[in-house]
Design a protein around this ligand. Structure first.
Ligand code: GLN
Length: 518
């Protein structure tokens, strides 16, 4: 089974999109800068996907234009139908090249969006060319609730009519339910069935954990509608009627975990929004994989507990004098997150210095790692140490751009990104993290010319295959947990294989609180 996302926007990938608007950019092993949904797919499939699973209008149109310039269309007039639809269909069909592969393809946006229309035309074509048995259209729609608690099906009926206008009759209808409603009446289902061409109807209640959803779908026998008799046997129920264990087991533990303030993690970021009370929070899912990675790690250590998260805007750390010292409580653990541009960098540096001083466990990821290195450089008497990302003229470019990197004005697709093999060279860290495949997405990195100027308590580690001599991990000896990594360790965590960085951070919380780690 594989999964793919089709995004009708004109960007070629999600690499140039603001995390404020579009959430995090999820990097795949092959370097594809994909929509954050790809992260959800990888966490549920528990294996890596490739760029074939991240399709956008930008890629489709570019491919068609390139083919036209090459003369591939042999003198034909190049048109939306069939040339653009063919390009879309080919990419979707390529996902199921292996026999018996089921590809779950999510078309983003809403039926009726101007950008999506060509994709519905392509889906109609696939339905026709592949046949009913090989193609199942699932329409996802939200049921609205009135102030009086009545569920309204009209928007769903209307959207199915929009689909019908485009030549598509949905085979299944997935109804997202408002919070607190777990199912709908038989009569409501019958009414919707009549209006929508008798699809198989199932419901998707609003859950506190996304990991509860597979079990909820399974209880409605959703898979039975899709699987073929005689094939896909490994996904079927056993003789007792239980679902195949590999389908639900990794998720049910997290779904039943309870958030506890005993495990509270403070996340410092620069892409946060404010709620009505003025508190920072991750409204746009700019840190979605990080939140998941913490849950995976927590549940692997204490099978009942999920962490509570606190969000701090790095700009507040700069703007509010002595932010950390004037707070009423000390954080149990801090994470410094990734980011681009020079805004709020000092908030990260001040946080690193505070955690160092107060011996608070802290993990720095990508930009977070770079800012930890600058904090340590300042303490090691490199007073003007900086990153050339914000100060290209600094005399101490402790973080700089690699001389092989293109320093041109093109932003899209020019970062160092994707999977690299990271080898531990320092036994201190090597005891926990040996050779690991890690994902990267950055332009700047540590300048090895300054390594010898750091205090000896700073330990460097993590040699990457394509950047010899440039450490990608740091830790400080004598501190309970002061770790940084240039890699985006949150992107490679899944329920059964939590990232060791987060596992170690949570163990450090237990150690600091006098609870023996497991
Ligand atoms: N802005 C930094 C760089 O480009 C860090 C990137 C990140 O956090 N993903 O190197």
């Amino acid at each position: 089974m594989t999964m793919a996302k089709v995004d009708p926007y004109l960007n070629e990938d999600a690499g140039t999109m603001s995390p404020y608007e579009h959430g995090e950019c999820f990097v795949l092993d092959d370097g594809m800068e994909a929509d954050l949904d790809l992260g959800n797919y990888e966490r549920f499939l528990e294996r890596p996907l490739t760029k074939a699973s991240a399709i956008t209008s930008g890629q489709i149109y570019r491919a068609v234009f390139d083919k036209e310039r090459r003369g591939d269309y042999l003198g034909k007039t190049v048109q939306m139908l069939p040339h653009v639809t063919d390009e879309i269909c080919e990419r979707i069909k390529a996902l199921t090249r292996h026999q018996d592969t089921i590809a779950v393809v999510e078309l983003g946006g809403t039926v009726g969006d101007i950008e999506s229309d060509i994709f519905y035309a392509a889906l109609r074509k696939l339905h026709y060319s592949e046949g009913r048995d090989a193609f199942c259209h699932v329409h996802v729609s939200v049921l609205m609730e009135t102030a009086g608690g009545e569920l309204k099906t009209k928007p769903t009926q209307q959207s199915v009519q929009e689909l019908n206008k485009r030549g598509i009759m949905p085979d299944m209808l997935c109804l997202r339910l408002p919070k607190g409603i777990n199912d709908i009446s038989k009569s409501l289902k019958a009414k919707l069935g009549e209006a929508c061409g008798y699809p198989t109807i199932f419901v998707s209640p609003t859950c506190s954990s996304v990991y509860a959803v597979p079990g909820i779908f399974d209880s409605q026998n959703v898979l039975d509608t899709i699987l073929y008799p005689g094939v896909h046997e490994d996904m079927r129920r056993d003789t007792l009627g239980n679902p195949a264990p590999h389908i639900l087991a990794p998720f049910s533990k997290i779904a039943t975990g309870v958030r506890s303030a005993k495990m509270k993690i403070t996340i410092v970021g620069k892409y946060l929004h404010r709620n009505a009370k003025g508190e920072a929070y991750d409204a746009s899912d700019a840190y979605l994989s990080l939140r998941h990675a913490l849950d995976h790690a927590a549940i692997s250590i204490d099978s009942l507990t999920l962490p509570t998260l606190e969000w701090v805007d790095a700009e507040d750390v700069i703007d509010k004098k002595d932010y950390w010292l004037t707070r009423k409580d000390e954080p149990q653990a801090i994470i410094l997150t990734g980011g681009f541009g020079s805004r709020a960098f000092d908030g990260f540096i001040q946080t690193a210095l505070y955690a160092l001083d107060k011996k608070i466990p802290i993990l720095g990821i990508c930009l977070g790692f770079q800012m930890m290195a600058l904090a340590l450089a300042h303490l090691s008497n490199m007073k003007d140490a900086d990153t050339t990302e914000r100060n290209p003229e600094t005399l101490s470019p402790v973080i700089h751009i690699h001389h092989d990197s293109k320093e041109d004005d093109t932003k899209g697709g020019t970062l160092r990104r994707g999977l690299h093999l990271v080898t531990s060279v320092n036994p201190l860290m090597g005891n926990t993290i040996r050779t690991m495949k890690e994902r990267f997405r950055h332009r700047y990195h540590l300048n090895p010319a300054f390594l010898s100027s750091f205090d000896p308590s700073v330990q460097w580690d993590g040699e990457v295959d394509d950047l010899p001599g440039v450490p990608t991990r740091l830790m400080v000896q004598g501190h309970p947990f002061f770790w940084g990594t240039q890699a985006h360790c949150e992107l490679t965590s899944c329920p059964s294989h939590p990232s060791p960085y987060f596992v170690q951070l949570i163990k450090a919380i237990f150690n600091c609180n006098g609870i023996p780690s497991m």
